[in-house]
Design a protein around this ligand. Structure first.
Ligand code: COA
Length: 260
């Protein structure tokens, strides 16, 4: 790990921990940090050793407190490009073929909430706070918040958060399905690592096809989604891991998946 980098990456056996690292700015995402995050996630996507990724923030206060407001203040005609390039990085994270777990260890506001929304699973510490406060700055969410939040928690709840600029606690976020589980600050990363380790011990092709079926199927009608699932079921049945998993069950032993 490099001490200066604004995004750190550490590979632990079969999963990686990626840490947004601007704690003095509550890990706010400037353009450079977003690009670095994109490069690191792309490297992890291409690394066969890595079967799951945890995203978290440095320091005790914040996951990510938003896009860097200093940069937003200087945008004039280039707002669409600014939003578009961040959206590209977040979309690539969402489309990763290995599960990405957000370990939300404090404020997840604006771009931070949007980053968590781009992850596949969200765990939070009990001091975490979620919100899309862009309207309080006179702007709107630009890294996918207007699209992903309503899809996850419903249009009405999402609109309330965006139109009031308010924040919700981790507990409330869990009540509305924005967060899967809430832990104490000390328990959060160990819990995320335990989950990543569990996922990494299972069949990676199956994991990637679950992600693809859920995301692509979720964007279409039920019949088309079922067709995607059936096609992916066909693909997974042809993997070595499907033979390993089913025969291990029938022979009453633990499967050792190969990733093939
Ligand atoms: N962009 C740039 N800098 C940010 C930032 C952001 N989104 N969020 C926090 N910071 C910086 C602060 O400017 C401050 O820097 P400084 O010490 O050089 O003055 C530092 O991080 C610490 O933040 P501070 O506001 O002093 O902490 P706090 O505990 O009093 O308040 C928040 C925490 C999260 C409530 C507050 O920082 C905040 O409202 N941040 C902006 C949230 C937001 O609107 N995000 C959406 C952006 S589109």
């Amino acid at each position: 790990m490099s001490a200066e980098a604004t995004v750190l990456s550490q590979i632990k056996d079969s999963y990686a921990i990626v840490t947004l690292n601007r704690p003095d700015k509550l890990n706010a995402l400037n353009v450079e940090t977003v690009q670095l995050l994109g490069n690191i996630m792309s490297d992890l996507q291409n690394d066969d050793q890595v079967r799951a990724v945890i995203l978290t923030g440095a320091g005790p206060k914040a996951f990510v407190a938003g896009a860097d407001i200093k940069e937003i203040a200087e945008l004039d005609g280039s707002g669409s490009d600014f939003a578009g390039s961040g959206q590209q990085v977040f979309r690539a994270i969402e489309k990763m073929t290995k599960p990405v777990i957000a370990a939300v260890n404090g404020f997840a506001l604006g771009g931070g909430c949007e980053l968590a929304l781009s992850c596949h699973i969200r765990l939070a510490s009990d001091n975490a706070k979620f919100g899309l406060p862009e309207i309080t700055l006179g702007v709107i969410p630009g890294y996918g918040g207007t699209q992903r939040l309503p899809r996850l928690i419903g249009r009405s709840r999402a609109l309330q958060l965006m139109l009031t600029g308010g924040m919700v606690s981790a507990e409330k976020a869990a009540d509305v399905g924005l967060v899967n589980e809430v832990y104490t600050s000390e328990e959060l990363l160990p819990a995320a690592e335990k989950m990543a380790g569990k996922i990494a011990s299972l069949a990676p092709v199956a994991a990637s096809l679950i992600l693809q079926s859920v995301y692509e199927g979720g964007e279409t009608d039920l019949d088309s989604g079922l067709a995607i699932e059936a096609e992916n079921f066909g693909k997974v049945c042809n993997t070595e891991d499907a033979r390993i998993g089913t025969s291990a069950f029938l022979e009453k032993r633990k499967p050792e998946f190969t990733g093939k």
